[in-house]
Write a protein that binds this ligand. Structure first.
Ligand code: NAP
Length: 285
């Protein structure tokens, strides 16, 4: 089966290429230079040349502050881009897997969000991704919209640049007398290789629809850092930072834990608890 991965050189895209390839698919990785999702002619041309049975879209504008500063661009990439992909996939009869985000929620809930909870994004990024979800759900029947959270992988995140959170903690612990991390944002960090296996597992089914797919459990950034320090055997003091210490312009949900309810109902949830995902990341580092 031919599977096209869009954003193939990205953090999640690289692991998706590995996993789908290892499972015997003919994988065609499409990078930004080969397809501009905001232009339907570019999407049509690239996908008609490949004729995939399955298309996985990871491409997005997902740097939160940049989306806030450039809302038109954010909606063009995250909403119109998704619409273009959905329309072309419907036309060529390919299944579309579209990656979305926990930031569609406002974070006011105190228990994990299921697929049935109403989204209420706080920022431009979340609103533009939610609009993209709607386009996918209304423009092509054979789709999976998958909301994910707090990704880290061996390949760098292209949009955010630099190091993922794990590597940043390791670097700071080596450079500073102490490391300070906020404790007031709770989420579920998810290793991209585990997520890629989950995406492939779900995409082999015909249980189309909206899914949450994160590692099991939850933690604050501080608790995540504490586990990183423990696994790496770091002795640098780790302290809780005041919430105002790292100010952000765009509001973010303080609680964005997702329940993989849809995957569980279909008996398809294969994601590890977040600590096990992190241990696997270290073992394969
Ligand atoms: N990272 C997280 O913590 C996180 C959390 C929740 C949800 N998500 C979602 O997960 C997905 C993947 O994230 P990631 O960390 O793997 O991202 P990433 O490393 O930034 O990769 C995104 C890929 O998409 C490409 N791309 C961007 N704009 C494009 C466009 N207009 N047309 C075609 N390709 C384009 C990028 O290419 P260039 O770099 O060359 O432009 C890159 O290859 C995104 O949909 C994001 O919204 C991420």
């Amino acid at each position: 089966m031919t599977t096209a991965i869009i954003g193939a050189n990205g953090q999640l895209g690289q692991d998706l290429c590995k996993v789908f390839g290892a499972q015997g698919d003919e994988v065609v990785g499409l990078n930004h230079g080969q397809m501009e999702i905001t232009r339907i002619d570019s999407v049509r041309e690239a996908l008609q040349a490949v004729r995939p049975r399955l298309v996985v879209n990871t491409a997005a504008m997902h740097q939160v502050e940049s989306c806030e500063a450039h809302p038109g661009r954010a909606f063009t990439v995250n909403a119109i881009g998704a619409r273009n992909l959905a329309e072309v996939c419907s036309h060529i009869d390919a299944v579309l897997v579209h990656i979305s985000t926990d930031y569609v929620f406002d974070g006011n809930q105190d228990h994990p969000y299921t697929e049935n909870d109403p989204p209420l994004p706080l920022n431009v990024y979340g609103n533009s991704k939610l609009a993209g979800e709607h386009f996918v759900r209304t423009r092509t029947a054979r789709h999976f919209v998958i909301r994910v959270s707090g990704l880290y992988g061996h390949a760098p995140c292209r949009a955010k640049g630099g190091l993922n959170f794990v590597e940043l903690m390791l670097k700071l612990a080596g450079e500073r007398p102490q490391v300070r991390v906020v404790d007031n944002e709770v989420l579920t960090p998810t290793f991209t290789l585990d997520l890629a296996r989950q995406v492939a597992h779900l995409a082999r089914s015909d249980a189309f629809g909206l899914y949450h797919a994160t590692a099991a459990g939850d933690c604050s950034w501080y608790a995540f850092a504490r586990e990183i320090f423990r696994l790496a055997g770091l002795t640098t003091p780790l302290q809780v930072a005041h919430p105002d210490e790292f100010p952000a312009k765009a509001p973010r949900p303080l609680y964005s834990v997702l329940a993989n309810q849809g995957l569980q109902e279909h008996g398809l949830d294969i994601l590890l608890p977040w600590r096990e995902g992190l241990a696997e990341y270290f073992a394969s580092r």
